[in-house]
Design a protein. Structure first.
Length: 128
């Protein structure tokens, strides 16, 4: 007998696509907007990264068609791991407990927001 748990609801292909979308949006926004305008690593860049994660989580939750919050949160965690790895490789002295907590906490909120929005839109779009 198989018991169903939350791991069974994760759609890994959609998660990979969501993480890749989040990274792509972040890189494109940096190259096309932040760098040409001379915007460095300030709160504007943080907002761009957070919105990129929300976009990836939204796409994943939309593609997954079920368990939107769980799939969005998994995308956020995957994106946070990529961001943490990049920071550890390029600026290891910038890593502190508070920065890692902020990273995972803010990404988790964006993942949940993207998943929630996709889930609600899917529900309203297909119920009517």
């Amino acid at each position: 007998m198989h018991q169903h748990d939350w791991l069974d609801d994760i759609r890994w292909l959609a998660v990979v696509q969501g993480v890749l979308l989040a990274l792509t949006v972040q890189v494109l926004a940096t190259m096309l907007v932040l760098a040409p305008l001379g915007i460095g690593l300030d709160w504007t860049a943080v907002v761009v990264v957070e919105l990129s994660v929300a976009a990836g989580a939204f796409a994943c939750a939309w593609l997954a068609r079920q368990a939107a919050l769980i799939n969005g949160l998994v995308v956020a965690c995957g994106s946070a791991l990529v961001s943490l790895s990049a920071t550890a490789l390029t600026q290891p002295d910038e890593l502190t407990i508070s920065s890692v907590l902020f990273l995972f906490g803010s990404f988790a909120l964006m993942g949940l927001a993207g998943g929630l929005i996709a889930g609600q839109l899917r529900r309203f779009a297909f119920v009517r």
